[in-house]
Each structure stands twice: as structure tokens, then as C-alpha cells.
Design a protein around this ligand. Structure first.
Ligand code: PLP
Length: 384
């Protein structure tokens, strides 16, 4: 049985060109990039090239890219680094309940430690009204964090408008771009962000590699102490193979972004149309006007998302429910609960996410089995 992978928002298959670049580094450029000799400088060259490729994709300066172990570390560092640096003057943090746990759990931790946190209201599509950000800012606000593209819904946030407000009010603005970097075109200057988190394994690069983009002049505490790497802010010998894989992946995105977006959007739109035509009582979750091209989140009312995922997996289709089973409401996704869905509708959701290695007939193959699986589940295990 062939496996059809429709979970590219969770992770992506490393591109063969990424593997080639990483292999070259592991075999031939394995030195410490901080070493002054030839072996070290061979690694340093590839490290610098990767930094340039990543900066080039979003139009920031090379020295604004700080490599991390991924998106989670970048999110944690951005928030804790700013809140720690400014804690004497300002202790207020503004974010949204629909953020990735790498942001929302840090906000909860900050609040449990006595810091002050405001949670922004979110509409039924997962959008935040920039006017609500303006209302929430106080003289003690140090940081606002609002993600660019929501990982469960695909909804694209109006972050430039939020960034404008933050800049006007002298508040640092962080945005989690893990689901937008390399997937939708944007420039750092256009999104008006001071800090942006990005990750390699969502764009056909290796896991354990990512970066925090720090706009020049933004003040935050270092992530680690003990060394001078990454301009003394994120120290420790660099993960050169991971960074080089990330750089190779970014380079490919630069070349292919437009054509791949068209391809995944076509597949996503066709799947959406066919689901709506063939399966009654479904709800499309997330903004249909402003949504990342490869992502589709659907509630199949009357089904249990986890059971549907398992049934699809048995037929060779990899999808996601989007829920981490950690939210209070019986394993329902905190994002879907955050946009106001009832527990049953939230628990019946499946996220399909397309990527570079999908083929048009993947949709046909899925639609050959999905309507029957949904129907069978509704008959045997009705939950509403
Ligand atoms: C929006 C978002 N932020 C952060 C992360 C975490 O990134 P990483 O897996 O690189 O730690 C993810 C990954 O699922 C994500 O989708």
C-alpha cells in the first residue's frame, strides 16, 4: 500500500538537494566553524552561505539571523529574552489563545510567575482585530506576539497592521512565522516585526534547525551564555549540518515558491470543493479569504477526529487532527476551541496539508475512501 502524506504542516520530507548539501558538510566540512584553520573555515563558508540564503528569502540582513534548534526555541527565546531584558520597566505581555503552544505555554508560565498577560479576542476564523491590540497595550507592555499563519487553520493574520501599532507605541512585536516562512512570500520590512521565528523542517529541511530573526536594535537577553557564536546571543558550537540543510531548503523555496504555491493551492481547493460536494454536514475551519495555500481544516460533524485519523492511516493516508490532546476539553484543539467551536465540532476536525511531493491524483485517491469512512463513522459512533 502506498502512503499518501497529507501532513506537511506537521513536517515535510527533506528534499534530495537538502540531503546532498548536508552530506557534503558531514563528510567534508565537519570542522568547528569558529576554528581559525582551513578545516574550520570550510565549515564557516557553508554556514555563512546558509545565513545569506535564509536572509535573502525574507529580505533581512545576514546578521539579523540567529540560528536555533527550531521554531520552539525561537519562540521561547523571543518571549523570555524580551520579558527578561525589560522586566524592571515592563512586565506585560500580549498574545492570543490560538497561538502555538511554544508561545501560549510560555505566556502561561510568565503569568504563573507573577508576570502580566493579556489574551486577545479571536474571531470565528482565527483572526485578530488590530484595534484590539491597540486597546490592550499599556505603558507596561513589553511585548506583543501574534503568529503570521495559524498552524491548524492556515488563517493569515494581518500582522503588518499589528506591527505598525506596536512600533507606534514603542512595544516590541514578535511573530511566529514557522508556517509562513518559505510557504507564502513576505519581507521582514513589510510585516513590521522586530522578532520572527522560523523553522527548517516545515520547508523540506532537517529537524532541530531554525532561527530567530532579530531586527537590528531590538534588545533581548541572550538565549545561552558561554561563547561568542551568533554574536554572543545564542552561544554553543553551531549545528552546521542542520543549518546547511536549512539554507539549502530556503534556497529551493526562493526558486519554487510561486509555482509550488499554485500547485498546492489547486490541490487544496479541489479537495475542499469535493468534500463540500460529497460529504454533508461539514464545516471548513479558518479564513477562506486569507489562508495559507496548502492547508485545509475540516470538521466532519458526528465523527471523532482521532478515530477518523486512524481509519485514514489504515488506508495509507497521513493527516492530522491538529489537537495535542492536552487542552482541557476532552482532547479538543485549543485553537478550534479558541475560535469558538463547540467541543464536538472541534473534536471532529481533520487537517489536510499539501506540499511539494504531493501529486494531483492524491486528492482523487483520498476522495475514493473519505466519504465512506465518514459515513461509516457517523453510523457506528455518532457523538452528536
Ligand atoms: C506555528 C508553529 N510554531 C512553532 C512550531 C515549533 O517548531 P519546531 O518544530 O521547529 O520546534 C510549529 C511546529 O509545529 C508551528 O507550527
Amino acid at each position: 500500500m502506498d502512503t499518501i502524506y497529507l501532513d506537511n504542516a506537521a513536517s515535510t520530507q527533506p528534499d534530495p538537494q537538502v540531503l546532498k548539501a548536508m552530506r557534503e558538510v558531514l563528510e567534508q566540512r565537519w570542522g568547528n566553524p569558529s576554528s581559525a584553520h582551513e578545516v574550520g573555515s570550510r565549515a564557516r563558508i557553508r554556514l555563512d552561505e546558509s545565513r545569506t540564503a535564509i536572509a535573502g528569502l525574507i529580505g533581512c540582513r545576514d546578521d539579523e539571523v540567529y540560528f536555533t534548534s527550531g521554531g520552539t526555541e525561537a519562540d521561547n527565546w523571543a518571549i523570555l529574552g524580551v520579558l527578561d531584558f525589560w522586566r524592571e520597566q515592563k512586565d506585560h505581555f500580549i498574545t492570543a489563545p490560538t497561538e502555538h503552544h511554544a508561545v501560549s505555554d510560555v505566556a502561561k508560565w510568565w503569568s504563573e510567575r507573577g508576570g502580566s498577560v493579556s489574551w486577545l479576542p479571536v474571531d470565528g476564523d482565527g483572526r485578530i482585530d488590530p484595534a484590539d491590540v491597540a486597546k490592550a497595550i499599556t505603558p507596561r507592555t513589553a511585548l506583543v506576539s501574534v503568529m503570521h499563519v495559524n498552524n491548524e487553520l492556515g488563517t493569515i493574520q494581518e500582522i503588518a497592521a499589528i506591527g505598525d501599532i506596536c512600533r507606534e507605541r514603542g512595544v516590541i512585536f514578535h511573530t511566529d512565522c514557522v508556517q509562513s516562512f518559505g510557504k507564502i512570500p513576505f519581507r521582514m520590512a513589510d510585516i513590521v516585526a522586530d522578532l520572527a521565528s522560523i523553522s527548517s523542517h516545515k520547508i523540506y529541511g532537517p529537524k532541530g534547525s531554525g532561527a530567530l530573526i532579530v531586527r537590528r536594535g531590538t534588545r533581548l537577553s541572550p538565549r545561552f551564555y558561554g561563547g561568542s557564536q551568533e554574536r554572543g546571543l545564542r552561544t554553543g558550537t553551531e549545528n552546521v549540518p542542520g543549518i546547511v540543510g536549512f539554507g539549502a531548503a530556503a534556497k529551493l523555496c526562493m526558486e519554487r515558491l510561486e509555482s509550488e504555491n499554485r500547485m498546492v493551492r489547486n490541490m487544496r481547493d479541489r479537495l475542499e470543493r469535493e468534500i463540500l460536494a460529497a460529504i454533508p454536514n461539514v464545516r471548513i475551519n479558518g479564513s477562506r479569504e486569507s489562508r495559507a495555500p496548502g492547508l485545509l481544516n475540516v470538521s466532519f460533524r458526528g465523527c471523532d477526529g482521532e478515530a477518523l485519523l486512524v481509519a485514514l492511516d489504515r488506508k495509507g493516508f497521513c493527516v492530522s487532527t491538529g489537537s495535542a490532546c492536552s487542552a482541557g476539553a476532552l482532547g479538543a484543539s485549543h485553537v478550534l476551541m479558541g475560535i469558538g467551536l463547540d467541543v464536538e465540532t472541534a473534536r471532529s476536525a481533520i487537517r489536510f496539508s499539501f506540499g511539494r511531493f504531493n501529486r494531483a491524483d492524491d486528492v482523487d485517491k483520498l476522495m475514493n475512501v473519505l466519504p465512506q469512512l465518514v459515513e461509516r463513522q457517523r453510523q457506528t459512533a455518532p457523538i452528536s
